[in-house]
Design a protein around this ligand. Structure first.
Ligand SMILES: Nc1ncnc2c1ncn2[C@@H]1O[C@H](COP(=O)(O)OP(=O)(O)OP(=O)(O)O)[C@@H](O)[C@H]1O
Ligand SMILES: [Mg+2]
Length: 451
């Protein structure tokens, strides 16, 4: 750390300077205000230690000028006892601290140690912010025509409030596109609220979406603000809209048309201003044909349809995506080790889990200290075969865990329903400890607010 001492008393100046140099600081010194400022401008030290009374230019002027040049600079004032008042007002002007003469060098060193700590905390903070930005990076990567066109469409439709329906297999980037739309719209300062229909039991969906008043039903111990209201002035992303229960679809249609709704147990309509973006993994029209989805609602949602093709239909995006994920997961230095053979091996896979699967594989490569070669078995490119076998025998389930979770969830929902959402009774009914039930609920049904 670089320090500048401005002090007209020669002995103090030299002895301070010696002490600080011995501590390892890079020290500059000046004997009056003008020389001090000139040194500051050329050396740009992080800390200025200045006497208050100085020839030519006083310490207060030095303080103000330095802070106007760099508000982050830390200025410590040295003052005689009689001028403590001035020193205190200097703090108001932005001085970091002050010392009254005579002071022990240890006192100054302790202030300097605090400044060092502060600087390292700030640096760490900046690093964390940067990291968060990388992790939350909403840029859509891809140089395929499909992705280029998708990005253009996003810019074209971001500004109007029409409902958008995004269709795409799991992991193709539906939520990413929805967030990008929100960020590109005039609503960007409002909230982006995501709700997944498939994770909310039908019996709770209405109060989760529209909120409820206190006492609206057994268990409604306080007023609850629903997803629609939370997204006011922003964007509501309704994921897995194909799972939206038929019985509730008319309510969704109404809120989309009227932009108002009635909370459960409420007596006045709530008006909202939200943009609605829905996502579906399956072709929604099919649900209409199966009479599981209202046709009028389908047309309302389908005003602007966006289809994100699976990754296997745009394999040319794979190299850019791989590089992007190496950066995102802090292995930027390893990108140069990626060869054509590796990209080609990755292009050889069909990616049933799409971009999410690719990202997981890249993370695994990095975790296994990627050094330029990959063992294809590590990449588990037989994933597709495994998936096919499971599908053949267990229809809708991608894994053992998914099957078990689904079954657990079903039973928990049933028990809660049977016990009017009373956890203690539900735990008794299931013959499991209440704590076990609670932890299962927070894992499997995290949105539930129960008592
Ligand atoms: N084109 C892309 N560029 C960069 N990252 C992407 C891209 N597409 C997807 N991703 C990343 O892949 C992961 C999965 O994307 P996302 O959650 O948006 O998929 P999804 O379609 O909503 O999946 P699901 O249907 O399973 O909910 C995220 O981490 C996302 O950032
Ligand atoms: Mg999603």
């Amino acid at each position: 750390m670089r320090l500048l001492i401005i002090e007209d008393e020669k002995i103090t100046r030299i002895s301070l300077s010696d002490i600080l140099k011995r501590e390892g600081y890079e020290v500059y010194s000046a004997e009056d205000g003008e020389e001090g400022l000139a040194t500051y401008k050329s050396m740009r030290p992080e800390v200025v230690i200045t006497d208050l009374r100085l020839p030519k230019l006083g310490g207060m002027e030095v303080l103000q000028t330095v802070l106007s040049l760099d508000p982050r600079c830390k200025v410590i004032l040295i003052t005689a006892y009689a001028t403590v008042d001035t020193a205190i007002s200097s703090l108001k002007l932005g001085a970091f601290d002050y010392l009254t003469k005579p002071f022990s060098p240890e006192k100054l060193l302790s202030i300097l140690r605090n400044i060092t700590l502060l600087y390292s905390a700030l640096a760490e903070n900046a690093e964390l912010k940067n990291r968060i930005e990388i992790l939350e990076d909403k840029t859509i990567i891809g140089n395929s025509q499909i992705i280029q066109r998708l990005k253009e469409t996003i810019l074209q439709i971001a500004h109007n409030d029409s409902t958008v329906l995004i269709e795409g297999e799991s992991g193709t980037g539906k939520e990413l596109v929805a967030r990008a739309l929100h960020k590109a719209s005039l609503r960007r300062d409002g909230s982006f609220v995501a709700v997944s229909c498939s994770s909310i039991p039908e019996s709770l969906l209405e109060s989760e979406l529209f909120g409820h008043e206190k006492g609206a039903f057994t268990g409604a111990i306080r007023k609850h603000v629903g997803y629609f209201e939370r997204a006011n002035k922003g964007t509501l992303f309704i994921d897995d809209v194909d799972d939206f229960p038929l019985s509730m679809q008319v309510k969704l249609l109404r809120v989309i048309q009227e932009r108002e709704f009635m909370p459960v147990g409420g007596n006045a309509n709530v008006t909202i201003d939200v943009r609605i973006i829905c996502a579906t993994k399956i072709h929604l029209k099919k649900r209409v044909e199966e009479k599981l989805f209202r046709e009028d609602l389908f047309y309302r949602l389908n005003i602007i349809p966006i289809r994100i093709p699976p990754l296997r239909e745009r394999k040319e995006d794979i190299p850019l995506l791989v590089d992007h994920f190496f950066k995102k997961h802090r292995a930027e230095d390893k990108i140069m080790l990626l060869t054509h053979e590796i990209y080609n091996a990755l292009k050889g896979h069909d990616w049933p889990g799409n971009v999410r699967e690719l990202e997981n594989i890249v993370e695994r490569m990095i975790a296994l200290s990627f050094s330029g070669t990959i063992d294809l078995s590590v990449l588990d490119l037989s994933e597709k075969k495994r998936g096919a076998l499971l599908k053949e025998n267990y229809g809708d389930y991608d894994s053992f865990d998914e099957f078990i979770s689904k079954k657990e969830k079903e039973m928990l929902e049933w028990a809660l329903d049977a016990c009017q959402n009373n956890v203690t009774s539900a735990a008794k009914l299931l013959n499991i400890p209440r704590t076990t039930l609670n932890s299962k609920l927070s894992r499997l049904l995290p949105h539930l607010k129960i008592h």
